[in-house]
Design a protein around this ligand. Sequence first.
Ligand code: ZN
Ligand code: ZN
Length: 1159
Amino acid sequence: MNNPELEQSTQIAFFASSPKIMVEELEKVEIKSENFDSQMACLQYFSYILSWDIVNARFFYYKYQRLVELELIGKEMTKFLKLVFENKHSELIKGCDKLCEILNTIPVYKKWSNELKSRVADHLKNLVENNFTSISAARLSQYGGQPQDKAFVKIEEREHREIELDGEVDTKYGEQVKFIKSYLTHNSFTQIIYIKSKMQQKEVDETLEEVKTIKAITPKEIKKIVKPQFEANPELFYPTKVFDKFGFTRCKCPKCGAYFWRHTDKKITCGDSNCEGKYSFIGVGTGKGAKGNKITYADAWNGFKKSLTSARVPCTAIDRYPVVARWRNDVDYVAAGIYCFQPFCVTGEMDPPANPLICPQFCVRFNDLDNIGLTGRHYSGFIMLGIQTFNYPEKYVFFKEECVEFNYRWLTEELEINPDDITFIEDVWAGGGNLGPSVEYFVNGLEVGNMVFMQYKYFHDGSYEELPIKIIDTGIGLERIPWLINGSPTSYHDVFAGAFAYLSEKLQVQYSNEVWKAFGPYSCLLNVDEIENVDKTWEYISTQIGYDVPTIKKEIEQLKDMYIILDHTRTVMMVVTDGSLPSNVGGGSNIRNIIRRVFAVLKKNSWWEKLGMDGLLQLFQEHKNDLAKLYGPFGEYKSFDLIIKQEYERWAKTDDDKKVKLEKLLKQKNNQLSIDDWIFAMSTHGIPADTISQISKLPIPGNLYAELADRAARITKAPEAILYNTVHLPETVNLYYQTPKDGKFNAKIVTIFSNVQQQNLPNIVILNQSAFYPFGGGQDYDQGWLTIQGERHFVNNVQKVGKVVLHILDKPLSDPIDTYVNQEILAEIDLDRRTILRNHHTATHIVFAACRRVLGPHVWQNGAHKSVNNAHLDITHFAPLTKEQEQNIENEVNKIILSARQINKGFMSKSDAEKEYGFRLYQGGIVPGNELRVVNIEGIDVEACCGTHCDSTSEVGWVRILKTQKLQDGVVRLYYVAGVKTIEVLNSEGEMINQLVKLWSISKNQLVEEGSKIFQEKKHYETAYNSIKAELIKSQMKYVIDGPNLKTIIQSNETNPTAYFSEIGKYIQQLKDSKKGLIFVADTFLYGAFGDGNFNVEELSKQIEEEGTQLKVNKQNKISVKDGKKCIQVNDVLTFSVLGKFNKNKVLKYLKDLQFALF
Ligand SMILES: [Zn+2]
Ligand SMILES: [Zn+2]
């Protein structure tokens, strides 16, 4: 060999102990010269083979084929590789032997032949174990098939040999795919490779939910797609006739580009305050208000009611729904009127309470908190006047044209608004899988209402189709109506009438109506989500109204704080009264946030002294009195005051403690907080934003609350993607309430669906009728078998989409789908599974009733899951359960079971049931249908429930509570088993006791005493052992520090490095002074300490890493050491730990080479 580059790299390659390192080193050698050495090419080629980088090897071969083939060994290696690629597994060992024969004749290759043999053996083992079918799969298992990868690759034989990726792919994985792709384009690959291992399949099943959300198109995206289509054809999508009829013409807003309808040419912009620049009604009023006829908040609802209930197609006014959305799984609170009728009225599975209807629905939203008190129109809790109309194929009510007409008549006739003041803006609405045109209307710069016409259903691929049921959802902010009519400075003036009078009297807040009147029209500009520069906006307002910024701010600040208190307390009152609790996660965290904000604002202004707890509690009462004019008197809610007092105590008690934490955080962050820091301080330390702002002197970030609400929404419940379109299919006839004793029934196949989550394999069977229980109400689905054309298929999963039940088979059907349609099949249900699920489900009703009895009536069901192994129930409760409470609940449950209560199941009309039992019926969520299936455990519990239940409580057998845990503030989870599962648990508990008794040779009743004795002894020995360990380390350190060697290896028999972490700090200064270092080498970790900080731990870990694994390195360059009571910091030193799989001998050799001495 005369090539210097080659010489260098061969040396590296042959001294390196792993093929991986060899490859890495070889890659560093640049290949420049034309007369590239063929031996070098073969060597590199071989190094790829040896490290089983088959794809690269092949790629390399094609690149340097001419050179490789000059060598005999090159040809043999290619032959061998071909066997690997063509999956001729049976010939592989023979091929390897042949290659090794040649290797053995060439000195430089000889030492690698054994390595190659073990590689081949590994490879074959890998294929078998992972159910891989090909070499590429095996390759992927090394790079892409790591457990953290959710994706898998499918390569099919196609003309262009494309690679399809399913799901998301990380870069490393993607890199690998790129290699395969280039490989495929480089040669005539003949075999269809279908890469999918059993292991990966399982992961896909487990992440079903995640895959679903990945596939869904967002409402924003679909809006963007369809908006141009709608705009181009207004007469197809918008109610243009009615606009014509009332003398409106269409034009485009010069400011925002939206299409809108106007009554007069004088209206230049679309009418949105952003385009208009200000509200033009403040101080002058609108419609009847401009003529001197002011209206109250309640009048606004009454006028609306009068107008809509006497419309050409009259609407019915219904009572509001609770603001806590117990009937929905995807949201915590009602944020819009339509939430009350989702999902089932919207899908047509349940009739709405009236049709068409209007409702003054109290709604909450937590994304606009930053704007409250400033813009004059934002609230965390508000009343949305809804007009909801459900048009069924067989019953048309009214749609777009009439809707515009009725809204227009209310505006112009009831409120006497001049048509010239009104504009209608065309828009698109999307949400919950539905889509349609929408029309917003504005009066004098203020958005008054939005009419949404839900007309289409959209799918994950972005396509959409007409819905059989067409729905109108009109939302009107009630708060805006008296404001608009009366021309008050803000809407809060009209809304919080009694509460405002009470609070301003209590707090003695003086304010100038003159500044507010001047500021009011421009308050719309302060929507902090929309403006870029707050200070500039303030300056602009100042020049417009003739007061300087500090004066406006000073005038506004106090009143703004009062409005925040008024808004937040009203929301808290409504949400808590409707049965929710403050918490640190999910929806409840928003409630905690705002109640704490109230406390903080009161404190900041020194108002707490004036108001006090009694005054605050009275404020909630004032809100009730104000709202009674709309909703009628509120019922008594005994725990309310207690909940508020508890929240206050919690907030006040931890205040000082938090201040310290915050100051620490500020110091760490150099007094600059990112939005993440704000959220961290708020959610982890529980410090309200206003307090953070006060202490840090930093302004609250404009988007803080929006971000918080967004994050809370993200961690609670993700929206369900609609993967299957079942709208056109007939409803599956439900047989599961009358499942035959043997679990068998006949049915006909309606159609077969391809499984979107399983490479579109046809394995979803839809029947005309079914006794399979689909997943629902927290109860797991039935399993069983379908005999189709004489072949028995296992039903692995059963889900319901719309009105249709999907039976998902474990394997795809083999014939074309059409051949199955209308086939008669025999179905069998796995009755053992059904019985266990039924017992767990019935037990859940009983556990819930027992919790209410033991803990109190504030307990609501917050979620439940009944699987085959066990069940759990989440309840609302203030504190974790004590062992005693657990025992009491279990006893109560079993007493109920023993009393053999009859369980009556029957259908009742929804309205009768609600009247009789109220919303507590919906513990497990609302149930579709106009008839409710009411499950009544005599004298114990009544719930609307579609699950499978026993006929008597005695059938549940025996319930054992396994454990309870606090899930979040205000929510406790109970795990339990019932029936045969209880026997299993009791048996294993008994077995455990027997084993202990045997092991310790004592009697059962000595167990507790003996156990605690052993535990005490263990603690004692642990202490003794630890001090011996410390002594040992002390003497070892003495040797190192006083000894002659600069670097020392000490072999350790510890199982983890904890002892070193806690002890070595004591010696670090001495190590620093003597410039010494040492490494403890154990079987599973390395721990090092270097006084001069001069050791390359990354290089060490790189050198000793076992292939395919990764070592975890933790290192520190400064250490805090306790010196007496003081804590001192030692800088420029190094301590580290290395954890993971490594070869100990390699470590020792490597360190010896670095002149380390062995202890
Ligand atoms: Zn505009
Ligand atoms: Zn039930």
